[in-house]
Design a protein. Structure first.
Length: 368
């Protein structure tokens, strides 16, 4: 799952981004082109970017948007099933592994498996005990699914978060691995799987799971609100923490993904949003807070004194991503969560290159 993004709005964001909203996926393709170019043939999604749109609150309209980086063509509602209904309640995230995509449907507690190039339905992971699933990481023939679990005391407190291990040969559960609360982002570091425990900024750890035997190795204690994570050019794991708004700033942590030692950290001057990007050479990290976008070297010991640029056109920064080929910085603008959102593409120095329409509540930017 993913958080948001501006820590000032943690509970409002929890309502908009993390609670299940009704969402139904229709299966009619249509193309929008921001520059009037001819439509891309339907079902050809071998490369480009996919934008996950969670949908408006209670409006049953979550979707996926496809952007062709070579032509600038935009296709809405690509999450379709040619052979039946793909009804779902909140599109939370998508993960690609080899030629398949794993679409997390948060409110329906299921994962839809699609052909990653055509988006044809290949199967469903359902009725396996998922409760508020967030993200998927595929390692070999196993899917690791982070899940918030139930709310306690009739409120929004989380009481039983976990990572569910599923055998992709038959979509059955192998094991449930209990974690600290609010388990979100997943990243495989080559030996261990790392799961950030965010919990609206109330948790401060990253769970370490050994996929060899599906055991919880330990929790690495960091700072409030661990969220996005990346691997740098030296193979080190970086985790961004939002901090405790009002009492502490955010922080970046560098972790050895083999020894699990915390090798260093940088205190930031802001409470950052939850996404963490990295440049194509994996030497610089990209993060944001609202309209302000920052860049920091992986060798830096102090935070940048000022932003790299201001995304002046953005109303509500709801997702950030870095194109791994060009280094362009993408920001998804959720606007008011009722109208269609917009995606802005900036150069790595902050020049606006392009913008295009997405669905309602664009919450994740994934590059293929």
């Amino acid at each position: 799952m993913s958080l948001r993004k501006n820590y000032n709005h943690s509970y409002m964001m929890a309502t908009v981004r993390f609670l299940f909203f009704p969402a139904i996926f229709s299966f009619v393709f249509y193309l929008q082109s921001c520059d009037g170019e001819d439509p891309k043939p339907a079902g050809k999604y071998e490369s480009g970017a996919v934008i996950v749109n969670e949908g408006g609150f209670g409006s049953a309209n979550g979707t996926l948007t496809y952007y062709d980086v070579s032509t600038g063509g935009v296709e809405q509602n690509i999450f379709r099933n040619a052979v039946g209904d793909f009804a779902g309640d909140v599109v939370q995230s998508i993960t690609f592994s080899e030629d398949k995509g794993y679409v997390v449907i948060n409110g329906d507690n299921k994962i839809e498996i699609v052909n990653g190039n055509t988006f044809e339905n290949l199967g469903t992971i359902a009725d396996v005990g998922l409760d508020k699933p967030r993200y998927v990481e595929v390692i070999g023939d196993k899917a690791y699914i982070s899940a918030w679990g139930p709310y306690g005391d009739g409120g929004f407190s989380l009481v039983d978060s976990y990572v569910l291990v599923v055998d992709l040969n038959n979509n059955t559960v192998i094991k449930k691995i209990e974690t600290e609360e609010g388990t979100e982002n997943l990243l495989y570091g080559g030996k261990y799987l790392f799961a950030s425990n965010y919990n609206f900024g109330a948790s401060n750890s990253v769970a370490v799971i050994d996929p060899a035997d599906n055991t919880l190795v330990k929790h690495i204690q960091l700072a409030p609100g661990p969220a996005g994570s990346v691997l740098d050019a030296n193979g080190k794991l970086w985790v961004i923490c939002a901090g405790d708004f009002g009492s502490s700033n955010g922080r970046l942590f560098r972790i050895n993904p083999v020894t699990l030692d915390v090798e260093g950290s940088v205190e930031l001057n802001v409470n950052p949003d939850v996404d963490l990007g990295i440049t194509p050479d994996k030497q610089e990290l990209i993060y944001s807070t609202g309209k302000d976008v920052y860049k920091i070297s992986i060798s830096a010991t102090v935070a940048p004194a000022s932003e790299l640029f201001k995304a002046a056109d953005v109303v509500y920064n709801y997702a950030l991503g870095v194109d791994p080929d060009t280094g362009n910085i993408w920001i998804a603008d959720a606007l008011n969560f009722t109208a269609e959102g917009r995606v802005y593409v900036y150069s790595n120095s902050g020049t606006l290159i392009n913008s295009f329409t997405a669905g309602i509540g664009p919450t994740q930017l994934v590059f293929k």
